[in-house]
Design a protein around this ligand. Sequence first.
Ligand code: ADP
Ligand code: ZN
Length: 656
Amino acid sequence: MTPAPGTAEMLGVLEKTFGYSSFRGQQGEIIQTVIDGGDALVLMPTGGGKSLCYQIPSLVREGTGVVISPLIALMQDQVDALAAVGARAAFLNSTQSPQERARVEAALIAGELDLLYLAPERLRAASGLLDRAKLALFAIDEAHCVSQWGHDFRPEYLGLSMIHERWPTVPRIALTATATAATRTEIAQRLDLGDAKQFVSSFDRPNIQYRIESKAQPLQQLLSLLRTEHPGDAGIVYCLSRASVEKTADFLVENGIPALPYHAGLDSGLRAANQSRFLREDGLVMVATIAFGMGIDKPDVRFVAHLDLPKSVEGYYQETGRAGRDGLPSTAWLAYGLQDVVQQRRMIDQSEGDLAHRRNLSAHLDAMLALCETISCRRVQLLQYFGQTSEPCGNCDTCLAPPETWDGTVPAQKLLSTVVRLDRERNQKFGAGHIIDILLGKTNDRITRGRHDEISTYGIGQELSEQEWRGVVRQLLARGLLAVQGEYGVLAITPTSGSVLSGDTPVLLRREAPKQSKAARKAVKADLPTDALPLFERLREWRSGEARAQGVPAYIVFGDATLRGIAVTEPSTLAELAEISGVGEKKLEQYGEALLAVVSGGAIPEPGGAPAAASVPSAAPAAAPAKAPVTTFAPEPDDAPPFDDYPPDDDYPPDE
Ligand code: ADP
Ligand code: ZN
């Protein structure tokens, strides 16, 4: 069989430039399509390897590949990463001086660039310039930003439909990690990509272990996760509010874990500095609101922890997807409790927008709750949400330690009838805390004052602990058998509660798991043989020095996967080293001798690799980005209660 034109070249670039031996998933077909001049719409999960899909065609095709990206703060790193493998790349954005821009423009016109990164808002102004250059392709990264209903909408993206009108013969490739069919349709429409070939990958991320546990002492739970399974690892901890971000970061630092805060309320300089440190240094923990993360392509994030319930499965999936881009084992861990449900419902009730909008938010939350309370494989449920199927995975908490279930019909009836009695007999509504107090037969002020000890369900629930009762409430809420309303989070029955009360619907509940299942505690470093660990650590140390000397993120020198490969195979010649995934020609030449020295056990060589400067006179020194990341922030509540020792539901009805 004669290979299609370009096949040999694209394989050559994959091996020589990037040091990889084979394409992943659909990469080969996508790259071939674009090299042949066709348009492509690519949906691939985070870490799937989207960058190569436009980088290789840019290198193979004549002219410059223009990459439209909204992530100005990350352009420098992208350009550095390309320079490190010997590609000629540069960017044009608002952070540059006119002189720097002029240099890049001259290089473009002279045909000296393989890739040019461009912010979407610059496209119109740069049109005349692009007309004078030879263009290999247009890549539209984070293409879901064109979706007006999505959470990352950027108005500038709407202007990108001009590309096809102005440069009809230049192939276009749009890429996103957002999975739903609706988004895909919208991208195709708005970017005029109706005829593009669509490539939808499996959205499974097999190396991520999904775990969701109930929240008791969240900070302690987090600490134990980090200490037992992820010592020294880089990771992200998501919190809902700015206050909890600050509190959590302080807590981790007090406990000896290097952590940095990130939220939209921080001074922009500090925010940028923290982001830059997280990307550059090994083993830092970023504690952040969801303002942090889009486009962060740090490949060695080993865990993503959520201390608050995400608002939707899409959000959860995108945030957890930032773990393990390098394909190595990683953890997605979420702690959630009753208070989360109450708080999210309250935020929905108070949100602006019409009824349809609130219904939409509610539906998203319901799907998230269903994922939390499922008794079957988390991955199956997640993928189902994106319209894909899978077998039970063996790498999530419910697969590793199948939850016990128990018949909760009677407790559910007791609880619901307490809610009904208070409402019907007294015309009163209360939050979960007080309802549980009644069931447990507690005596306190509010019970005495309200004479709630005279209600027939008073004290009939002593077979369960308070924590277990909270679990019952949570699960009933998750299934819509109970509702939570208003500012005070009071409980109310729903149209389906009646069938539980009448005994027509049995209620099978998930038993509250002990804090963490043993089975799930497989340390993530486990797959690296113990005898390779010391060499791996030495290689990391060498890499840190090298990265620091060049002012680039450590992963630009080498990814963890490559260091592991070296640690396991202990190459003793340059030829053996070249076999390892991630070692291309340029890096072999630049670092080969130093790596062999590290492997042979001598002193760790001083940083010696030449700085990874782009061959084009590049912009600012590669250290910290000068400007704050240009990002639009999702709303972050300032006032949500910090969750540690979260109070029992404060459930006074105002008019009691
Ligand atoms: P995405 O943009 O889809 O999130 P990236 O393009 O950043 O993913 O790729 C994720 C990681 O996978 C990177 O570290 C990249 O170098 C690596 N990678 C991509 N393609 C291959 C391949 N064919 N073989 C080995 N590693 C790859
Ligand atoms: Zn599973």
